[in-house]
Write a protein that binds this ligand. Structure first.
Ligand code: SF4
Ligand code: SF4
Ligand code: SF4
Length: 246
């Protein structure tokens, strides 16, 4: 039986998620050996228009991106968004809250008119997405788990509970008690609360859980002296395409 054909594409992003896949040395033969990678600009020169699974990194930031992602969607049996830029719009959406002309000039200077960028959006805002691998960058173990599930014809498990759950499991002391900010109460878990474990706080790179209890989060953060405006600013860092952030 022929192996499933996988193509990896990038839109607007830093390619950090693709680097995570490149760095999968320990499982590269086990997992990536079960598929045939037919297109991957980051790692090979061959290209093919025939694939079963499309892995898409980056957000949609130009009208012309829409045609490209629609063509990819048409050819792929399964389309997986990988990384915050692709799954929730990510850091690119910060520009959506600023004057577009100013942003163009700030980034491209006197060449601003060369670039036809528009408000950034996640892949799912343009075409249906079958599965998401969240994070900025993605967690390699989670990527493998999602890919394995898809190859077995199963629905991948994507947590829909807050990072606080992971954080408690990791045995961390809550940073709110230390007077720091944290997006953990409303951010989708699955990362093992790695940033808090490493001594930082959660800035929400996996996006909000599907149905965040914003009232409870506001009340909780307020108890620790964190304003709704501060929390909204933090949501806009990664999840600015969401209705709540807009
Ligand atoms: S999600 Fe993060 S790592 Fe992935 S492309 Fe966007 S900025 Fe880069
Ligand atoms: S608020 Fe942050 S530090 Fe506190 S438990 Fe939740 S994730 Fe952990
Ligand atoms: S702790 Fe928060 S910022 Fe860090 S990886 Fe997890 S979701 Fe992203």
């Amino acid at each position: 039986m022929s192996k499933p054909r996988v193509a990896i594409f990038d839109f607007a992003g830093c390619e950090g998620d693709q680097l995570q896949i490149v760095n999968l040395e320990e499982v590269v033969l086990d997992v990536l050996g079960q598929v045939e990678i037919v297109t991957w600009r980051e790692a090979m020169k061959e290209q093919s228009d025939h694939y079963d699974i499309a892995l898409v990194e980056g957000s949609i930031t130009r009208k012309s991106d829409e045609e490209r992602i629609k063509a990819i969607r048409e050819k792929a049996g399964i389309l997986v968004a990988i990384g915050a830029c692709a799954t929730i719009g990510g850091i690119n959406c910060m520009k959506n809250f600023q004057d577009e002309k100013f942003v163009r000039r700030y980034v491209y200077g006197d060449k601003a008119h060369w670039y036809n960028t528009y408000a950034a959006r996640p892949v799912s805002a343009v075409v249906p997405v079958d599965a998401n691998v969240h994070g900025c960058p993605i967690n390699r173990e989670e990527f493998v788990q999602v890919l394995k599930a898809l190859l077995q014809g199963k629905k991948p498990f994507i947590p829909n509970y807050p990072v606080c759950v992971d954080c408690k499991k990791a045995g961390n002391v809550c940073v709110l008690l230390k007077g720091q900010f944290c997006m953990g109460p409303v951010t989708r878990a699955g990362c093992g609360a790695c940033c808090i474990t490493e001594g930082a706080y959660c800035w929400g790179c996996r996006g909000l859980v599907d149905d965040p209890n914003m009232d409870a989060a506001r009340e909780l953060l307020g108890r620790f002296g964190i304003s709704a405006g501060e929390a909204l600013g933090q949501i806009r860092l990664y999840d600015g395409y969401r209705e709540e952030a807009r």
